[in-house]
Design a protein around this ligand. Structure first.
Ligand SMILES: [Zn+2]
Ligand SMILES: [Zn+2]
Length: 258
């Protein structure tokens, strides 16, 4: 049975209990990693995910809290003896910048580096990003500060759908992406251009009628009024104003089925 394993749940600034938002999609045939703001090696081990089970990595956008750990992850895979290919997916903007970043590390000089395939996804709604035995994933534009992907992830054996908003303020593309989803994983960094609040997450969840709403990418430094500044209890209460289903806070190492 496929599982979503949250490896980090914080917005841009982490704390000891919350790493930057990233997660793994663990199916029967392998694992897909979505973002890595920090080096995921330790997080994956703690979540019981073998490092070499990752053959696909999706980078949603080129912000440090989502790609900052990529160079270390790529290097760690090499140092741990990886020989099989790694597939990397994202928008052209993100992939180009990531390649430039790796060139600054002279990674072409690292001997016997495993093959990396870059898969640039087209910028637009409902673009096929990945289709495998466990998951079918399409990408949708989010309204954020740089080109950003939201993801509609179908667990193929279970026939259930997870909608992941990634970072972004409410927009038509995200509204359409979430239609018919069973589970909504929604950011809650706070209201304002480029981000959303728990209240806005609840509005979308209520409108499209998902079964469960998980809040992620939230402020873990309470009292920071630049962002949500809400406690977990307050976030849940805000989301429930417009949504009668189950609301959960996605914490680091939270696991759920789609
Ligand atoms: Zn972010
Ligand atoms: Zn961002």
């Amino acid at each position: 049975m496929a599982k979503v394993k949250i490896l980090g749940s914080a917005y841009a600034t982490p704390n000891p209990k919350h790493e930057n938002t990233h997660f793994a999609l663990q199916g029967s045939h392998g694992t897909i990693l979505v973002d890595c703001g920090a080096n995921p090696t330790v997080r994956l081990e703690r979540a019981g995910i073998p490092f070499d089970s990752i053959d696909h990595v999706i980078f949603t956008h080129f912000h440090p809290d989502h790609v900052g750990g990529a160079p270390l992850m790529l290097m760690n895979m090499w140092l741990m003896g990886r020989t099989k290919p790694l597939n990397i997916y994202g928008l052209g903007h993100c992939l180009r910048n990531l390649q430039l970043l790796m060139e600054m590390y002279d990674w072409k000089m690292w001997p016997n580096f495993y093959p990396v395939s870059w898969h640039a996804v087209a910028d637009g709604e409902d673009q096929l990003l990945y289709d495998g035995e466990d998951f079918h994933i399409t990408s949708w534009p989010a309204t954020h500060f740089v080109p950003t992907l939201a993801l509609r992830i179908r667990d193929k054996p279970a026939g259930r759908v997870l909608a992941y908003t990634c970072d972004g303020s409410p927009c038509d593309s995200i509204n359409r992406m979430a239609v018919g989803a069973n589970t909504l994983l929604h950011e809650a960094a706070g209201e304002g251009f480029g981000h959303s609040s728990a209240l806005q997450a609840g509005q979308l969840a209520g409108r499209v009628g998902v079964e469960v709403l998980y809040l992620v990418h939230y402020d873990v430094h309470l009292g920071d009024q630049r962002n949500s500044g809400q406690s977990e209890t307050e976030m849940i209460a805000s989301a429930r104003i417009n949504f009668g289903g189950r609301v959960e806070i996605a914490e680091d190492f939270t696991e759920f089925e789609i």
